[in-house]
Design a protein around this ligand. Sequence first.
Ligand SMILES: Nc1ncnc2c1ncn2[C@@H]1O[C@H](COP(=O)(O)OP(=O)(O)OP(=O)(O)O)[C@@H](O)[C@H]1O
Ligand SMILES: O=P(O)(O)OC[C@H]1O[C@H](OP(=O)(O)OP(=O)(O)O)[C@H](O)[C@@H]1O
Ligand SMILES: [Mg+2]
Length: 325
Amino acid sequence: MTAPFVLAVPSKGRLQENAEAFFTRAGLSLAKPRGARDYRGTIAGLDNVEIAYLSASEIASQLARGMVHLGVTGEDLLRESIPDADKRVLLIDSLGFGSANVVVAVPQAWIDVRTMTDLDDVTTGFRAQHNRRMRVATKYINLTRNFFAAHGVVDYRIVESAGATEGAPAVGTAELIVDITTTGATLAANGLKVLDDGVILRSQANLVASREADWSTEARETARVILDHIAARARASKFREVRTRFAGCNEALLTEAHNRFGVVAPFGGPTSSGMLTLHCPPMHLYALGSFLREHGADTVSIASLDYVLDRENPLFAKLEAFLRQ
Ligand SMILES: Nc1ncnc2c1ncn2[C@@H]1O[C@H](COP(=O)(O)OP(=O)(O)OP(=O)(O)O)[C@@H](O)[C@H]1O
Ligand SMILES: O=P(O)(O)OC[C@H]1O[C@H](OP(=O)(O)OP(=O)(O)O)[C@H](O)[C@@H]1O
Ligand SMILES: [Mg+2]
């Protein structure tokens, strides 16, 4: 029996629900054959795939070590926990959920501190005055070190935080923090503000491949099938299908529709009877419909697409290129 292909999916936390919905939308239905507390799952129809349900941070480290082939996790966790992340993992696609920024935040009471340059000044002043360095509470140790170094800030030390980081300045265990934020509510509730140029990373959930995993011929074929589902769904969700038929429908009209509305004609130009199928970005649908009617269409039908399978699969092509390097 060949070794299974392992796909890691968040088992809890912020990414779990969205990640499961993402695979379902792509037509990959995940199942837990032994019940909800089972941390190993399957995908209907793909016998050689094992789903590993792990926490988002565990997925990042398993990807780095090649224990899983593909996984869904936050970019913040990848960049923090994997040195030289771009060599060891491939961010195949960002998934449009789990958005959050890793930021440098200081007490709102520091009214003169708005930028990293201001922070550099106060850290230096603090050290001279108190004979110790300012403390930065964070679990993003590597991201903090790199970002502070890039801004020339050196007079600080990191206090590793396991949680409730935003509370550190108020309880006196640190002067400032680096943490992740989405709505900013937790920062505000703790009297903190983000520095104007203090966004270290704009993160979101990504579909990620590991370089170190066992990429046998079978594993690549399985990845191709999974990525084919995902690419077909991604392609479908970017467009709606527009159909019409009218005599004056010709190539020139099609070119104009392409230039004005970003329309593509997946099956070529109009047939001899003027029948035409177009794919149009959702935001231009009404304008396209009006345009077609102005040129003679009596009826324009618009429908959503579930899947669009193209011969080219840009996601798998990206994976192949990465594994070849
Ligand atoms: N507001 C947010 N706060 C924290 N993380 C967020 C937020 N929005 C999205 N995320 C993303 O979700 C990821 C996982 O966060 P979460 O706290 O849900 O994990 P977790 O299940 O608690 O994992 P662990 O036990 O390893 O901390 C974050 O690293 C980040 O990529
Ligand atoms: O900007 P906001 O929308 O307020 O969100 C940010 C907060 O959410 C996260 O904590 P989480 O709830 O995941 O708890 P944790 O620290 O235990 O992981 C994060 O660590 C922040 O504290
Ligand atoms: Mg958490």
